[in-house]
Design a protein around this ligand. Structure first.
Ligand code: CS2
Ligand code: MN
Length: 347
């Protein structure tokens, strides 16, 4: 069981994280270095020291971001991939066993609102289709929550144009080249690379997205058939599209030992394809959490787990999706499901 921590700027102290029952690992990263640069050893040493001072282990990184020029296959892609490999080696030097990353062009997750209030007064992240469909990043200066605000409108426009031209095939080619370079390095230093699925798992604004469904995940895992080329299976991300049967995917890839890291979170799919993040319980959303955890227990999963995003509850404020309280409730719930599933196997 692990918990994401944003380092010194995170309002949640590691000491509180440690107090969550069964908490083992800190999921963190070096946040003050831009993609494409080498992470200073001192920064990694500092995260490790702080984790250990608080009785926790720093063995998961989320994320080492992939520079856009790698995804675009630009001239300096190879040099940037060398830097990436060096970062894998450095993380390993400090005890990291799993590195999460994603291959989403330009933007990480997409939502239209980060504080949608539910009936009980809790707030959560949502993505409403009609709000997205009315936006055009090529003509408007849009700032969706969570998107890298350091891009100017012109930069966003030229990136979007470059990716539309590249298309899915081009993106696959560049992912393939990247994996063939990084996976041997990861293998050598005992690290499992865990790719996070695209969130949501379909194209937005005509930007190609490829880590989206079973067929594409099979293709990804086939590029380098090694446990070092694995998934960060995010139930909420894959579950934001009706075509993904999440517990089936969990069972399949866990049985193949290709899940290094589980992000467990609930999502409620609405009829028009919109979705809302919800509390972790099965009855709160579209995903059957019992079936998901049972699939892991049945297949002998021994990778990392974290409660992914949580709602904001009990008056907490902070980074949307990353408060303490609801993620801690999520961890407690996931712990309970695991205990029940493991004990049932012994009976
Ligand atoms: C996501 C991503 O899981 C999450 O919290 O919102 O930001 C995720 O961390 C990255 O896509 C992993 O590279
Ligand atoms: Mn996730």
């Amino acid at each position: 069981m692990s918990f994401r921590w944003y380092g010194a700027d995170d309002p949640i102290p590691l000491q509180y994280i440690r107090q969550i029952p069964n908490m083992r690992s800190v999921v963190s990263a070096v946040y003050d270095v831009r993609p494409g640069e080498v992470w200073p050893r001192e920064s990694l040493a500092e995260i490790k020291r702080q984790a250990e001072d608080n009785g926790l282990i720093f063995d998961i990184v989320e994320s080492v971001p992939v520079h856009e020029n790698i995804k675009l296959g630009a001239e300096d892609a190879e040099a940037l991939t060398d830097v990436y490999c060096e970062n894998i080696r450095r993380c390993a030097e400090y005890g990291v066993k799993c590195i999460t990353y994603n291959f989403m062009p330009v933007f990480d997750w997409t939502r239209t609102q980060l504080d949608k209030a539910a009936d009980d007064g809790s707030t959560s992240l949502v993505m409403y289709k009609e709000q997205i469909e009315n936006l055009d990043p090529l003509t408007e200066d849009i700032h969706l929550p969570g998107w890298d605000s350091s891009y100017t409108r012109d930069e966003v426009r030229s990136l979007i144009e470059a990716y539309s031209e590249l298309g899915e095939d081009g993106l696959w080619t560049n992912l393939e080249r990247f994996l063939k370079r990084i996976i041997p390095v990861a293998e050598e230093c005992g690290v499992r690379m865990a790719i996070h699925p695209d969130d949501p798992p379909y194209s937005i604004f005509k930007i190609p997205r490829i880590i989206t469904n079973e067929e594409n995940i099979d293709r990804l895992l086939g590029i380098v058939d090694s446990p070092a080329n694995s998934l960060c299976l995010c139930t909420g991300s894959l579950g934001s599209a009706a075509f993904n049967d999440v517990h089936k995917l969990v069972r399949k890839y866990s049985a193949m030992d290709r899940i290094a890291f589980m992000h467990i979170r609930q999502v409620k799919l609405l009829e028009d394809g919109s979705f809302e993040e919800r509390g972790h319980l099965s009855k709160n959303g579209s995903l059957d959490m019992y079936k998901i955890v049972k699939a892991l227990a049945d297949t002998g999963f021994d990778g990392y787990v974290r409660p992914d995003h949580g709602r904001m509850i009990w008056g907490e404020s902070g980074k949307p999706g990353y408060g303490l309280y609801d993620r801690a409730l999520g961890a407690a719930y996931i712990n309970g499901l695991f205990e029940a599933c493991e004990k049932a196997k012994e009976e």
